[in-house]
Ligand binder design. Sequence first.
Ligand code: FES
Length: 119
Amino acid sequence: MPELTLEGHGTFEVKKGTRLVRAIEDCGVDILHRCGGYAKCTTCRVVFLEGEPQNRTLAERDKLKEKGESGIRLSCQCLVENDMTVRVLNTLKSTGLDSPGDPPEAQITPEPEWVSLSE
Ligand code: FES
């Protein structure tokens, strides 16, 4: 099983193919996912320190382009396929919000269309 290291929280074994936002939450970190995992809000943003996936969904690419963001990824649009080290940027505690958002589904939503990270 891949190892997921969450900066400041530890290293955890995660079932291969798990949606990253759910894996982070399952590891006990209160990451935000305000749009419920639909690549709309960007609150599930993370920085990859190691093991960044080299593909991404069109939804993620378009949203980050729209927001003019670089250097971050949307954890609701990533799968844990290999060992990775991640910095979580927005948590319930750090933002003081009342809810992390609706629970993301087990699979990536919307239905993913994959493109290379360089596209
Ligand atoms: S963009 Fe909203 S939860 Fe990922």
